[in-house]
Write a protein that binds this ligand. Structure first.
Ligand SMILES: *C1O[C@H](CO)[C@@H](O)[C@H](O)[C@H]1NC(C)=O
Ligand SMILES: *[C@@H]1O[C@H](CO)[C@@H](O)[C@H](O)[C@H]1NC(C)=O
Ligand SMILES: *[C@@H]1O[C@H](CO)[C@@H](O)[C@H](O)[C@H]1NC(C)=O
Length: 528
């Protein structure tokens, strides 16, 4: 997510850039230990690696696709200069070897917990790595399934507020609406009503997420010692935290006081069932029950639940609007499931075509070009090492020289990544890969024995949006259910189309590894 830089900062920014260039050149010349592998480069001369890294910054998807054609497709490893460091790009056939490599060779944890970054703490360190994994797995998903009626209630309200029920075609700036809809719906589950509807809180919740991800994008290219200063210039994280504090600290303090009362009176079973309670119950020690720390955890539970869901939902809306021909078929499937099972987890699991559509949308419009974020979300690290872990899944820091089965050795100190988006566009992995085929996956599931494969939430060596293996993102179940409910609502209640159907899915922009969906494209809605 890009953050706009105010003009008054531009001279500062120029100065910083100059300093950054010097540091960069110093590092490039003196400090990198490189593997003996081919290098992808489209420039030559002294500044080649600077140019190459800028090119990557502007168009990582293009760079990784060219590299894919040149090397990965032939099963070759290669090296690439990114703004932060040299990385080694692993061809698709070795993804599984990354997953199964012993962690004292290829470490996801080290790539997420790079020591250098921990110096720049902007808030109390939250150490328990598995914290959100645990909460998402044991609480959030089951609670969503039990509370579907609650969510439907919120979905109805938020759609009537954001989209309305016009009988004529009504244009809606989809990015804006999608974020508000998805965030408020997730917040209903996380903070409950009425806070989920509080305008200031909602805004904060959306922007905080955008700042955290977008800020990380902006900061990634800076040398470490400038990051604290740059944070102030290019992100508003602190401002958002202030608003969060205002709404959350009183709420948390009241709950902690209630807890003490409950303990005194021995009434354990009257505890509320909500995300604040989960966060409190999961606090490993009295020290961790500090309201400020609990606040960050709540906030970041939101971030992990909200950001990826909003973006995925937005891309789905663009694809749905670009393919009006599939809507009737989806509608029939939803109506049939509702007739038999009502709004329930069971009913949602019948929506194979919708699930297939979502998976196809995510394949062609992923959140990033590769699974590579690890330590660059450096300032966020201070507050939430677990989210980092989730983002770093298929990226590994090489902590001991590691040799792949073809004999390629990656040296200690380097990083390996997987060119996810380039793989998604490979015709050999996905027949007619660049074609949007909404029911590609449900057709495959119709084959005997494949009923449970090829789902939005399934991971495999070639479907790594959520990582793959034991650290795969646990939030995907939650996201899948929420997005299904939102899309089902759209499909049942509206006809939709793109404002500008001739160009198909509105053009995104890229910054570093992140794909940012089009922020201005409008979708037309008509109530049915
Ligand atoms: C997010 O922040 C709020 C504040 O309670 C917190 O209570 C909630 O559990 C977290 N989730 C969201 C989405 O806000
Ligand atoms: C469902 O939501 C209601 C109200 O929002 C809440 O009181 C209840 O505890 C929730 N149920 C479950 C099982 O989470
Ligand atoms: C967003 O989409 C609109 C409509 O398709 C298009 O005119 C505009 O150029 C796109 N924006 C970017 C940044 O590509």
């Amino acid at each position: 997510m890009a953050i706009l830089i105010e003009p008054s900062y531009s001279s500062w920014f120029g100065l910083f850039s100059a300093i950054a260039l010097v540091i960069f050149l110093y590092k490039a010349v003196f400090t990198t230990r490189r593997a003996k592998l081919p290098i992808y480069s489209t420039h030559s001369g002294w500044f080649a690696s600077w140019h190459n890294s800028l090119e990557y910054l502007r168009d990582s998807s293009g760079v990784l696709r060219s590299g894919y054609a040149k090397f990965s497709k032939k099963g070759l490893f290669y090296q690439l200069r990114t703004p932060v460091r040299w990385v080694i790009v692993v061809p698709p056939e070795f993804v599984d070897e990354i997953r199964t490599a012993p962690p004292d060779y290829l470490s996801a944890k080290v790539s997420a917990n790079d020591v250098v970054q921990t110096r720049y703490t902007v808030s109390p360190v939250v150490e328990s790595n598995k914290f959100h994994f645990h909460i998402l797995k044991t609480h959030l998903t089951p609670s969503l399934e039990r509370n579907i009626t609650d969510l439907l209630d919120e979905i109805k309200l938020v759609f009537s507020a954001e989209i309305g029920s016009s009988q004529d075609w009504k244009p809606v700036v989809m990015s804006h609406a999608a974020h508000r809809i998805a965030t408020r719906t997730a917040n209903r589950l996380l903070v409950g009503a009425p806070l989920c509807r509080n305008e200031e809180y909602l805004q904060m919740s959306i922007k905080y997420t955008v700042d955290v991800f977008g800020g990380a994008d902006k900061l990634r290219a800076w040398p470490d010692f400038l990051k604290p200063a740059v944070t102030y210039l290019v992100t508003n994280v602190k401002e958002r935290q202030k608003i969060a504090r205002k709404h959350l600290i009183p709420y948390i303090k009241a709950r902690l006081a209630e807890e003490d009362q409950i303990k005194e009176k021995g009434l354990q079973n009257t505890k509320p069932v909500d995300s604040l309670q989960w966060v409190i119950d999961a606090a490993p020690s009295a020290q961790e029950r500090d309201p400020e720390r609990l606040m960050y955890r709540l906030l970041h539970l939101n971030v992990s639940a909200v950001h990826t869901t909003s973006v995925t939902f937005l891309n789905c809306m663009f694809d749905l609007a670009s393919h009006p021909e599939i809507i009737t078929e989806l509608r029939e499937e939803i109506e049939a499931a509702l007739d038999t099972y009502g709004w329930s987890a069971r009913g949602l699991s019948q929506l194979r075509k919708l699930d297939s559509f979502m998976l196809e949308s995510q394949r062609l419009a992923p959140i990033a070009s590769c699974e590579y974020s690890n330590i660059q979300i450096w300032y966020f690290k201070a507050q939430n090492s677990d989210l980092m872990l989730r983002l770093a899944q298929m990226t590994r820091a090489v902590v001991r020289d590691f040799t792949f089965s073809d004999g390629t050795t990656v040296p200690k100190g380097s990083y390996v990544l997987v060119p996810m988006y380039a793989m998604y566009l490979d015709d050999d992995l996905y027949p007619r890969a660049s074609e949007f085929d909404a029911f590609r996956w449900s057709k495959l599931r119709d084959q005997p024995g494949a009923e449970n494969r090829y789902q939005f939430v399934t991971t495999s060596p070639t479907h790594i949006n959520f990582g793959h293996g034991k650290d795969a993102c646990p939030g995907r179940f939650f996201a899948a259910q929420e997005i299904k409910l939102l899309l089902a609502h759209v499909i049942l209640h509206y006809d939709i189309r793109l404002e500008d159907p001739s160009n198909g899915h509105p053009k995104p922009t890229w910054y570093d590894r992140s794909r940012r969906p089009n922020q201005t494209a409008r979708v037309f809605f008509r109530s049915r």
